[in-house]
Design a protein around this ligand. Structure first.
Ligand SMILES: *Cc1c(COP(=O)(O)O)cnc(C)c1O
Length: 424
C-alpha cells in the first residue's frame, strides 16, 4: 500500500521516464496468445453451435464472471444452492443445478431417480442387479438418439416403444423414467402432453432433452410448466455460456438426489461430472443474459447477415440459394447454397475445404446430415454416410455464431470460390 502511494506520487514527476522504477507505470501486460503460440487454427464459425468446433463464444459477462470468481474460494455446495435457487425461479422449475452439459444432466438426473437420497445406492451405481433399484428407461423409438447413452452410464437399459399402448405394456416395477427428445417430436406418435400424462398416471418421472432448443427463449420454462419432472439443456450452445456446462431443471427431490451423485461428493459414477464455481456462476450469468436479451433484434440481425451472404452469391450462374428455419433444434435462419456442377465445378465438400483452408479460415456446414458426422481436421466421415455425400453440391451457413463484420468476409469468400470454379 505504502509503496504504491510512493510510486503514484513519483509518477507525477516530470522525470519519471528516466527513473529506473521497474514494474511501475508499465504498459498493460500483453496477454499471452496460446492459439497463435501453439499454431492452433482458429476460424470464422459460419457452421453453428458444434461441440467439436468449441461450441460458442461466451458472452463477455460470462468471461468476466469466470475471471472474477476464479480468485476466490467458495464451497461448491453453497454455490450450487444459491445458483440453483435463482435458476429455478427463472425457468419455473422446483429446483435446478448446473451440470457439465446436457448429457451430464441426463446421467445425473437419472442417477438421482434411481438412488434417491440413499448413499448406499449411490455407491452401488452402475450395478443395478439385486440392489432393488429400477433399471429401465422408456423412450419412443424415434427419440432414442445417440445422446441416450447418458442413461446407459447409470447401468439402465433403454426400452423402445411406439404407441401409448406400448408404453402401458412396457411399464413395470423396473421402470425408472419416461424420456422424451424434443427435436424428434414430429417423428413420434406420442406428443409432450400425452407423455407427461402417462408418467403421472403411473407415477413415473418424465424427462425431456431440449439441449439445442433455444431460441425460442420460452422453451426454458415451457416444459417445466407442462409438468415434465426433469428438463435437460446445454449451456454452451445458443445461450453462450461455458461449453462445459448445462442445466438440470426439475423436481426438488430429484435434483437433491442428483446432487448426491455429483461432485464434490464421492467416487461414484458421476465423479467425472465436475463443474467448478466458475462454470456454475458463468452458466447462471449466461442464462440470465439470455433471458433478458433482445431476441427480436438478434433475430433481425441474423436475418440481415444471412441476406448479405445470400445476396453476394444468388446471382451467380448455376447457383441456387434458399433460407430456411429449422422447425425444431438449432432454430436460426439457415442458408443453403447449392449449384449445378456442370457450371460450378465443385462438390460441397471441396468448397467446404477451400473455405476451411483459405484465409481467413471459415467453417461452413456442407450437407443435409447432422454436422456431428464430421470430424474437423481429420476429415473423417462416418463410412456409412460417405457415399450419400458424394455429389452433394451444397453448403449450409448460419449467422448466429458470427462475430460482428464476419458476415461480409463469409459473403466475399464464398462468392470468390464459386466464381473461381465457374466454367460459365
Ligand atoms: C448437444 C446435445 C446434447 C449434448 O449436450 P452437451 O451439453 O454437449 O452435453 C444432448 N442432446 C441433444 C439433442 C443435443 O443437441
Amino acid at each position: 500500500m505504502k509503496r504504491r502511494k510512493v510510486i503514484q506520487g513519483l509518477s507525477t514527476l516530470p522525470l519519471i521516464g528516466s527513473l529506473p522504477l521497474s514494474g511501475a507505470r508499465v504498459a498493460p501486460k500483453k496477454k499471452r496468445d496460446l492459439i497463435a503460440e501453439l499454431g492452433i487454427r482458429s476460424f470464422i464459425n459460419a457452421a453453428g453451435t458444434l461441440t467439436y468446433m468449441s461450441g460458442c463464444i461466451m458472452h463477455e459477462e460470462v468471461v468476466d464472471t469466470i475471471e472474477n470468481t476464479s480468485r476466490h474460494f467458495c464451497m461448491i455446495d453453497e454455490v450450487q444452492d444459491k445458483v440453483g435457487e435463482k435458476i429455478a425461479k427463472l425457468v419455473h422449475s422446483e429446483a435446478a443445478m448446473v451440470t457439465c452439459g446436457a448429457f451430464s444432466a441426463m446421467t445425473l438426473g437419472l442417477a438421482g431417480v434411481l438412488t434417491g437420497l440413499d448413499v448406499r445406492k449411490v455407491e452401488q451405481l452402475p450395478h443395478l442387479e439385486d440392489t432393488g433399484m429400477k433399471s429401465e428407461v422408456i423412450c419412443q423409438k424415434s427419440h432414442n438418439e445417440r445422446y441416450n447413452h447418458a442413461f446407459l452410464n447409470t447401468g439402465c437399459k433403454v426400452i423402445e416403444v411406439e404407441t401409448a399402448e406400448d408404453v402401458e405394456r412396457a411399464i413395470s416395477e423396473r421402470t425408472a423414467l419416461l424420456h422424451f427428445l424434443n427435436i424428434t417430436t414430429n417423428a413420434g406418435q406420442i406428443k409432450h402432453e400425452e407423455w407427461v400424462a402417462l408418467g403421472k398416471k403411473h407415477n413415473i418421472p418424465t424427462s425431456i432433452d431440449i439441449a439445442a432448443d433455444v431460441p425460442p427463449v420460452s422453451n426454458l420454462w415451457k416444459f417445466n410448466d407442462m409438468g415434465f419432472d426433469m428438463v435437460f439443456i446445454s449451456g454452451g450452445k445458443a445461450m453462450r455460456g461455458p461449453q462445459s456446462a448445462g442445466i438440470l431443471m426439475g423436481r426438488k427431490d430429484i435434483v437433491a438426489a442428483a446432487r448426491l451423485n455429483a461432485p464434490p461428493r464421492g467416487f461414484t459414477v458421476a465423479r467425472g461430472h465436475k463443474v467448478n464455481k466458475e462454470e456454475i456462476l458463468g452458466m447462471y450469468v449466461a442464462l440470465e443474459k439470455f433471458i433478458s436479451g433482445d431476441h427480436d433484434r438478434e433475430w433481425k440481425e441474423w436475418e440481415a447477415q444471412i441476406a448479405r451472404i445470400e445476396n453476394a452469391v444468388k446471382d451467380l450462374p448455376g447457383v441456387t440459394t434458399k433460407v430456411t428455419i429449422p422447425e425444431l433444434g438449432n432454430i436460426t435462419p439457415t442458408l443453403t447454397i447449392s449449384w449445378d456442377d456442370s457450371i460450378v465445378k465443385l462438390t460441397g465438400r471441396q468448397l467446404r475445404d477451400k473455405l476451411r483452408f483459405g484465409s481467413p479460415s471459415i467453417e461452413a456446414g456442407f450437407s443435409g446430415l447432422p454436422l456431428y458426422y464430421y470430424q474437423a481436421g481429420s476429415d473423417s466421415i462416418d463410412p456409412a454416410t460417405e457415399g450419400t455425400l458424394k455429389g452433394a453440391n451444397l453448403i449450409r451457413v448460419t449467422a448466429w455464431m458470427l462475430q460482428p463484420g464476419e458476415d461480409k468476409v463469409v459473403a466475399r469468400r464464398i462468392r470468390e470460390e464459386l466464381t473461381g470454379a465457374s466454367g460459365a
